[in-house]
Design a protein around this ligand. Structure first.
Ligand code: M6R
Length: 592
């Protein structure tokens, strides 16, 4: 939630433009408002210049003057409504300090009252603004760096901040719980700060992901890393990422969502070539009797649930909890538990809370993550990095299927059939490629018939149950259509009352042991007048129409889910939604 970006020594001399372009890459982190603060090269007043606006940044332009040092922010509102005044950066009273922030300062009210008594004037309702005034207060008696460190150490909550100082032309950034990464373009001596790498990937792939309790101080001469608690300098070692610029660009597609759906032709199969050693290590722990608990939020929680079915097929018991409901059950987690946390971003607050609790209980933590350098990775004993590449669209697609494939491989490894699983996942590539390319025409036609609907119901059984949950979420997020998923067996216990003549009912199915049962459920819906749309690798007289998916045995759910991703995309277009940035959502939910 919220995107932070900053540049020092901008080689174009137009730092505001550089920051604006960087923020556009981070828009998926929040799109309520945006803002930039710059030290102009030829200042008219000895103050930072600021521009802030509500609304999406996509087409935005800035009229800020030339400069080589600037900070910017794209906001997902928490404290204070969506207004220009509440947009970041926030200034102190002198106009020489400005702050950008990702997180929540839980104790901001206690500071605010005190600061007002001391004469500070507030111009927003945000928690962030106290940070600017606190630093302003402290800087009266000490250097900027110390003032920022001290301020940050007093904040309660998960936070990342960036502070720009007009006088010393310095940016100080601190991290505790919210992501921050620095990029160094050694050749041009340009320094970047971002919530995520795509913001500055155009300039450099040499990065350092800040750890909690770390700060970077960036001046026109150098960049230094510090320990926030002791104030001691630390060695800054940069890692080189193998991400390519194209990974963070639309590459000819109209939206990132469509690009990322199509990339699954490659990304799913890629999971069969990574993590072999780690998967072996985890399988061996499972064989030693470690109990398995899977956790995640949203799409990742559906992935966890699908994992539970994979493990059950392999004859292994596991438990699944949404991370946001993990704590009541955490007392059952002990040293002999393997907690498998699934997350695209590795920064989801609820998932991190669950993992921290599990760690306290002595559990071994395995993470199945996509983004690199995340907090979740740092908390993990074993990391399964799925390598789907940057996922920019807010709606998760390729990260999900790579995580699902990884869980499948893990379940196969646990029953000593890793090579078989690897072969199956690799083979998906060809089948999916041929099929996806033909799928669009079919789904555009279907979307046209559904675009004016208010409600859609979906059923699935066994592995197709989590697939149905994910399919429905894709429709809801991408098109704002009310899509309600059920386990096929559940529907007749109440909700079948809602099915009337013509109600669209999706039935997700595979050629599996419950094919007959799911078709009976379809018949029950049909008998109430429902319009039955099968998503399956077969035709059936119970279906009024069918979206045919590849027959891939246990892996059929991959095709069934991808059909939902793509249908969501086309429905979103048809219903006027922004498929890359659904309303009210943020890519990475870093607050509780
Ligand atoms: O980054 P994470 O995978 O931890 O995110 C978890 C959920 O917030 C995320 O999957 C969310 O449900 C997406 N909007 C799904 O498209």
């Amino acid at each position: 939630m919220c995107g932070i970006f900053a540049v020092v020594n901008d080689k174009t001399g137009n730092a505001a433009q550089t920051v604006l372009a960087g923020l556009k890459k981070l828009e998926y982190r929040g799109y309520d408002s945006w803002g930039i603060a710059i030290k102009p090269t030829s200042p008219e007043t000895a103050k930072l210049q600021i521009e802030k606006h509500i609304g999406k940044i996509g087409e935005a332009q800035t009229s800020l003057p030339a400069g080589t040092i600037a900070i910017g922010h794209t906001r997902w509102a928490t404290h204070g409504g969506v207004t220009d005044a509440n947009a970041h950066p926030h200034l102190d009273c002198t106009g020489k300090l400005a702050v950008i922030h990702n997180g929540i300062v839980e104790n901001y009210l206690e500071f605010k009252e005190d600061l007002i008594k001391k004469g500070h004037k507030f111009s927003s309702e945000t928690d962030t603004e106290v940070v600017a005034h606190l630093v302003e207060e402290k800087i009266k008696n000490q250097k900027l760096t110390k003032a920022v460190f001290e301020t940050f150490n007093e904040l309660v909550g998960s936070n990342a901040i960036g502070v720009i100082d007009y006088e010393t032309e310095t940016i100080v950034a601190c991290r505790n719980g919210s992501p921050l990464v620095v990029g160094v373009d050694e050749k041009n001596k340009q320094y970047f700060l971002g919530s995520d790498v795509p913001a500055f990937l155009k300039y450099t792939n040499k990065v350092h992901f800040l750890d909690d309790g770390e700060s970077v101080v960036i001046t026109t001469n150098e960049i230094k890393l510090f320990d926030l608690k002791t104030g001691a300098e630390k060695k800054l070692s940069l890692q080189t990422l193998d991400w390519k610029l194209e990974d963070a660009e639309k590459g000819g597609f109209s939206h990132f969502l469509l690009k990322e759906i199509m990339e699954q032709k490659e990304t799913i199969a890629k999971t069969a070539s990574v993590n072999e050693k780690e998967i072996g290590e985890i399988a061996s722990l499972i064989k030693q009797g470690f109990k398995i608990v899977l956790t995640g939020c949203g799409t990742a929680s559906y992935c966890a649930l699908a994992g539970k079915y994979f493990f059950a097929k392999a004859g292994i018991e596991s438990q699944t909890y949404g991370s946001y409901e993990f704590l009541p059950f955490s007392k059952f987690i002990d040293k002999k538990t393997l907690v498998i946390a699934i997350s695209q971003s590795g920064e989801t607050a609820d998932t991190l809370i669950a993992v921290r609790q599990a760690k306290k209980n002595g559990a071994k933590i395995v993470s199945i993550v996509n983004a690199r350098g995340s907090t979740l990775e740092r908390l993990s004993d074993i990391i399964l990095a799925v390598g789907a590449g940057p996922e920019i669209a807010v709606v998760s697609t390729k990260a999900f299927t790579s995580q699902l494939a990884t869980l499948y491989l893990l379940s196969k490894a646990a029953e000593n059939k890793y090579d078989e699983g690897k072969k199956q996942i690799k083979e998906l590539k060809e089948t999916l490629t041929l099929w996806i390319d033909k799928l669009s025409t079919r789904l555009i036609g279907l979307a046209k018939t559904l675009v004016d609907q208010e409600h859609i119901y979906l059923i699935g059984k066994h592995l197709n149950y989590p697939a149905t949950l994910e399919f429905a979420l894709k429709l809801k997020e991408s098109s704002y259509l009310h899509a309600e998923p059920f386990a096929a067996g559940e529907l007749k216990h109440g909700v079948i009352t809602l099915i009337q003549k013509g109600t669209p009912c999706f039935v997700l199915a595979s050629n599996d042991e419950v094919k007959g049962e799911i078709l009976s459920s379809a018949a029950e819906l049909k008998a109430r007048g429902g319009r039955i749309i099968g998503v399956a690798p077969f035709k059936s007289s119970e279906f009024d129409e069918v979206v045919e998916t590849p027959d891939l045995a246990d892996l059929t759910i991959f095709g069934n889910i991808i059909a939902g991703q793509l249908l969501g995309y086309y429905l979103g277009i048809g219903r006027g939604a922004d498929p890359d940035k659904p309303r009210n959502l943020a890519k990475s939910v870093t607050v509780k």
